[in-house]
Ligand binder design. Structure first.
Ligand code: GRE
Ligand code: ZN
Length: 323
């Protein structure tokens, strides 16, 4: 498929590139680093070769979310968003943007989001999970009441947001001790991000803002596979859960799911059965993943051509209101 749209595609700036080094084996770090910092060379070559017309770009992880000092977080977010805006201006048909936001200061995050959407033409925002706030051992999730006004601003802008992974703070998660190969994209990303998404879905956020749309990568971080059980258990007793509906209802009305880094047909088919082909979108997760691996799988996997067009492109055109 030639004119795909991909939306979990990452870049870094000098101030954030160091955060990605722990995820690269030493022999591939120089390549990953160069690919994250690059916009116009390898990135566009790979998009051309493997049929991605438009990449919606976002900062690497955890970057701004991992900066406990709010003033520094505000500064780094603004710089990253300005770098991205400049590249989008140079290649408006090839790049779009998700804003990085300093959630350490919800008011500042709302102002930066408004700037990015109304002045820079970004398509929404991407957060790398919880934010450390004040000191590095403090974790804040976005169902916290302090974000009420932020979410009102985000919903009013009518752009989706991407809930992207970061690792849990390993000092607070002893379960990974002695099994560090399970951290990061192996497993910990999905657990951490899946729970954060479930917190938002069950918090009442989507009752207050029924139009708000959340995007999850990696085929939904495990949620579609387990949603029947989640609702089955909660149907027997809600245990204080404050939202109006079942979590699966929000999954089918407020969530979109991408293929990023999870190029597997049985998983795609199961997700299609659970949420429908209209809520699934192609993504690569470049440069942590290869366009080649994503496209070789997606372009030929056994779905109808109608569904391939929706997932590869048309659903994103609709969601982001592209030309
Ligand atoms: C990502 O942000 O998507 C990512 C990382 C580190 C390793 C793999 C990965 O930040 O997909
Ligand atoms: Zn990613």
């Amino acid at each position: 498929m030639k004119n795909k749209i991909a939306l979990e595609e990452h870049f870094a700036i000098d101030l954030t590139i160091g955060d990605s080094q722990v995820y690269a084996r030493p022999e591939v770090w120089q390549t990953l680093k160069s690919n994250l910092l690059d916009f116009e060379q390898q990135r566009i070559e790979q998009m051309d070769e493997w049929g991605t017309e438009l990449s919606i770009l976002s900062l690497n992880s955890p970057a701004v979310q991992g900066i406990p000092d709010a003033r520094r977080a505000i500064d780094v977010a603004r710089r990253a968003n300005d770098v991205l805006a400049e590249q989008i201006a140079r290649h408006p048909t090839r790049f779009g943007g998700f804003a990085a936001l300093p959630m350490q200061d919800p008011q500042a995050a709302a102002r930066e989001l408004e700037r990015c959407v109304t002045q820079l033409g970004f398509h929404g925002f991407l957060v790398n999970g919880f934010s450390q706030v004040g000191d590095e051992n403090t974790v804040v999730y976005y169902d916290d009441p302090r974000f009420a006004d932020f979410w009102a601003v985000a919903a009013a802008l009518k752009k989706p947001f991407y809930m992207h992974p970061r690792d849990p703070l390993l000092g607070r998660e002893p379960i990974y001790e002695g099994a560090h190969w399970l951290t990061g994209p192996t497993w910990a990303f999905a657990v951490e991000t899946g729970i954060h998404a479930l917190r938002l879905l069950s918090s009442g956020l989507f009752d207050r803002h029924p139009e708000l749309q959340m995007i999850l990568g990696h085929f939904g971080e495990g949620i579609p596979f387990n949603i029947w059980r989640v609702d089955h258990i909660l149907r027997k007793g809600r245990r204080g859960m404050p939202c109006d509906r079942e979590i699966g209802d929000y999954l089918r009305s407020n969530v979109h799911i991408t293929t990023s880094g999870n190029f597997r047909t049985p998983t795609l088919l199961s997700t299609m059965l659970e949420v429908g082909a209209d809520r699934i979108m192609y993504s690569v997760d470049y440069p942590f993943e290869k366009h080649e691996d994503a496209a070789r799988w997606f372009d030929r996997c056994e779905i109808s051509e109608n569904d391939r067009r929706k997932i590869g492109r048309d659903n994103a055109v609709k969601l982001f209101g592209l030309k």
